[in-house]
Write a protein that binds this ligand. Sequence first.
Ligand SMILES: Cc1ncc(COP(=O)(O)O)c(C=O)c1O
Length: 407
Amino acid sequence: MKLDIEYIRKQFPAFDQKALMGQAFFENAGGSYTCKPVIDRLTRYYNERKVQPYAPYEASKLAGEEMDEARERLALVLGVATDEVSFGPSTTQNTYVLAQAFGQYLKEGDAIIVTNQDHEANTGPWRRLADRGIEVREWQIDSETGHLDVQDLNSMLDEKVKLVCFPHCSNIVGEINDVQKICGVIRSAGAYSCVDGVSYAPHGIPNVGKLGSDIYLFSAYKTFGPHQGIMTISRELGMKLPNQGHYFNENSLYKRFTPAGPDHAQIAASAGMADYIDDVYKHHSKGNDDALGRGEFVHDLFRDHEEMLLQPLLDYLSVKNSVRLLGPSDASKKAPTVAIALKNNPEAVADELSKHGIMAGGGDFYAVRCIEAQGIDPTHGVLRLSFVHYTNKSEIDKLITALDNVL
Ligand SMILES: Cc1ncc(COP(=O)(O)O)c(C=O)c1O
């Protein structure tokens, strides 16, 4: 089954905007276009339901029901229980709150493991636990390949380690880590896992239940939705960690780690992310799968399309002498988040690319440690070219032609 790319692009109003026409979007890892069902729900919410939710009058009832619907339907796709899903202002904020909770829960002498492959969001707040007497160990990437080796993790685990934080996919290296295997290793060692899925989820929302991570985080605004951070936390862990919300809400798992007041409209509009998955499924399959199965089908559809487009770009970059391709050059191992190191200033190159109708960016992308560990000066940074399933072949051709002109 091939992705019907014409159909897909019709689900994103951005492709019909005059202001964006003629420009191919290659900064999706920074934030994706928003799908129509999300925009429709957000508009409806602001027009018809912008009242305090969960009261008995009609507009309020509908507002509350739509917020509940978002959590229920996303939980089904993620393969977790409804109350194991919560929304926060961003993934950075969600990890910050979780780190506060672990700071209260862990005892002096306990250890945690973080990586230097992560975006700062899933490493900085955890490293600060050192101030509270927690030992912080760093699972390091290979400086040539950017790869995280599970053997290295194995040798770092012992009875002191209570938590391991790592990315599903780095926003620079792009390699897809074997989350299921890594979480198995962590669990066997008696520790909890916290997985940053921000750079993975836009390429297909994963079945978190199957992956087996205790915490999984991703950002809706990079996954065709509104500007929210979405987090799953297992009931077992979530009820054990100290509550970070209002004391009288402590029995609501989904309120325990989001002390910020909820953004009602954006939470409600997130149900549109589930609508989109269902619409794509219905368009491509005559099957009768449940929400989890529909999510897995759409995940595979996206991944196949992305891999098909990604390999020629990686082949082109791998043999180009003037650039260093970071991470794997095999599309089956990588999300289409392609960072390259260059002698020229990456931001100036991105500026040049914009004159060829390519929207891309240069810099450190808040993955300073990861860039540094690969021997690159983070103040110089890298050029990043990232796409998702709605990208088409002619945009990839256009990118390669533009790179040929500019590099
Ligand atoms: C891999 C990764 N993790 C975490 C984050 C932080 O997400 P948010 O912007 O929702 O705080 C980002 C943002 O770019 C990211 O790329």
